[in-house]
Write a protein that binds this ligand. Structure first.
Ligand SMILES: [Zn+2]
Length: 100
């Protein structure tokens, strides 16, 4: 593997660069990093739940953590919008009832 900082070649199992001493990432670490659900993804899934659901299906095998996070926030979004929809419906009904 190659050092991210200086580009020097190192042993695959070494944890630090022999040239500059920078910590080296193993393949497992890189995989873990790529599977961390980012805030942007959560926000995206929340505001556009259909995207979250699609990402959940697409990433279910390759990035299980990210997929779960997207699915969870898409679900929260659907629940919240349903509650807001009913709350709005109730408030309009109350308003109409008080008017007449
Ligand atoms: Zn280095």
């Amino acid at each position: 593997m190659f050092c991210i900082k200086c580009g020097a070649a190192n042993q695959d199992d070494s944890r630090f660069c022999t040239t500059c001493g920078a910590p080296l990432k193993t393949n497992i670490d890189q995989y873990k990093d790529s599977d961390i659900p980012s805030t942007g993804l959560k926000v995206l899934s929340f505001f556009i739940p259909i995207v979250g659901l699609i990402l959940y299906i697409v990433w279910n095998n390759s990035y299980p953590d990210k997929a779960r996070s997207c699915g969870k926030w898409a679900l929260i979004s659907i629940i919240v919008s349903t509650i807001l929809y009913f709350a709005y419906g109730c408030s309009v009904a109350t308003l109409l009832a008080s008017t007449y």
